[in-house]
Design a protein around this ligand. Structure first.
Ligand code: GDP
Ligand code: MG
Length: 415
């Protein structure tokens, strides 16, 4: 049964992982309650913003998610996040309990590497100035690769002998070793396809093994770089350097602390703030524009006013938002997550008789997931009679779900 996707936050100490996690999970009351908001200190539920199926069928006014929220077709879907703290240079050799933290990483489907681009923390997270954060991207990646490679090389002799003795194929042999990282045979097959390795596994050189581990790391842990602390004056030059090294698709600029601050002010009634947007309005702003809503907001003292103005200048106006919501969306994009909407009634999209609320449920699955796998994930082992898609047409269980295709499904149980 496919698990729910899990996104891991990695980064050196003090890069802003916990702040980013809080900024993504401290959802305001409009998002409603999810039963596992805090699972343990390292795990939390974030909200991924997606386009809801309700807008496609013009029923947004009746869209009432069981979990998360949907406002005019923009839906916040709960997604699990994991704060993988404690990664420092040397972690793969056990430094700073690094092995334990790398172990946590096994469960993640994608990573958000939170990078402190202010240059005010060194590789170990200690306060400094002028540190080059592009180094963090290099060493952190290398810790993960060396950890996986080390685990593999420890047993390479016996892995090889077994491989030859049972005439296994390389996918089987590697999958045996990589299943502990949550790999599937498909992950391993894609890794080997990409490299086009020709030699039989028993003759692989250390260089070949290294490139296999590198390619596997790319397949198993697609990574978004959250360049955090863009509110800091030294951030620009560091961002420029990293932008030259990395695929632009993998980079998102953010200021986690700004998002936390704005959400807090909104909760306390000082500003009106649309989470993840560039719009922050104070009482003064609203009253000036003749919006009576302004009356509902509290007065700001000079200090708060200045802080908000600075935040607008340094972050919102320059970058368009605090960026944290995009960090999560980008990770979901890399993973190719598809929102699937199970409904009981395929014509009304509701939960059943006498219930006019629509699209109560939404589950996130990885790209390439079949209708059968969705059914198992949602219905468990209940025997499936048939599946209906939008318009009431029968859908084959072998079909793959995609955004806009086979993503609204009604599972009919029975023999
Ligand atoms: N200037 C600035 N500081 C930040 C930002 N995000 C986090 N910090 C600060 O960086 C420090 C470390 O943050 P924390 O989230 O605890 O880092 P962690 O060790 O990676 O979990 C704290 O003092 C935060 O207030 C940001 O966006 N801008
Ligand atoms: Mg932390």
């Amino acid at each position: 049964m496919p698990r729910d996707p899990l996104i891991g936050l990695v980064g050196k100490p003090s890069s802003g992982k916990s702040t980013t996690l809080n900024s993504l999970t401290d959802a305001s009351s409009k998002v409603g309650n999810f039963p596992f908001t805090t699972i343990d200190p390292q795990r939390a539920i974030g909200y991924l913003q997606i386009d809801c199926a309700c807008s496609r069928y013009s029923v947004s006014d009746r869209c009432k998610p069981n979990y998360g929220a949907c406002i005019q077709g923009k839906r916040s879907v709960p997604i699990e996040l994991l704060d993988v703290a404690g990664l420092v240079p040397g972690a793969h050799e056990g430094k700073g309990l690094g092995n334990k933290f790398l172990d946590d990483l096994r469960h993640a489907d994608a990573l958000i590497h939170v990078v402190d681009v202010s240059g005010t923390t060194d590789a170990e997270g200690k306060a400094t100035r002028g540190y080059d954060p592009s180094q963090d991207i290099i060493w952190l990646r290398s810790e993960i690769v060396r950890w996986i490679e080390g685990n593999l090389m420890e047993k390479w002799g016996s892995i090889k002998r077994r491989h030859v003795a049972i005439k296994a194929n390389p996918v089987e042999t590697l999958q045996n070793q990589f299943s502990g990282y949550g790999s599937t045979p498909q992950t391993v097959a894609r890794t080997l396809d990409r490299l086009k390795v020709k030699e039989p596994l028993e003759y692989w050189s250390p260089e070949t093994i290294s490139s296999v581990v590198n390619a596997f790391t790319d397949e198993k842990f697609p990574t978004v770089f959250a360049l955090n602390k863009i509110d800091h004056p030294d951030a620009d030059k560091n961002i420029a350097k990293i932008a030259k090294m990395q695929d632009p698709q993998s980079i998102v600029l953010c200021s986690a602390i700004s998002e936390v601050f704005l959400r807090k002010l909104a909760k306390q009634g000082f500003v009106r703030y649309v989470e993840g947007s560039e719009f922050v309005d104070t009482r003064e702003d609203l009253l000036e524009m003749g919006e009576a809503d302004g009356e509902g907001l509290k007065e700001l003292d000079e200090k708060l006013k200045t802080r908000i103005e600075n935040l607008k200048d340094m972050v919102l106006y320059r970058f368009g938002s605090t960026g944290v919501v995009q960090v999560l969306s980008r990770a979901a994009e890399l993973l190719g997550l598809v929102p699937v909407f199970p409904v009981r009634n395929i014509h009304g999209f509701g939960a059943g008789a006498g219930n006019d609320k629509v699209f109560r449920d939404c589950v996130l699955v990885k790209k390439g997931t079949t209708v059968r796998e969705c059914a198992r994930k949602i219905m468990g082992d209940a025997p499936l009679a048939y599946v209906e898609g939008a318009g009431g047409v029968r859908v084959s269980e072998d079909e793959v779900v995609e955004v806009g295709k086979n993503d609204v499904l009604s599972f009919k149980v029975g023999r």
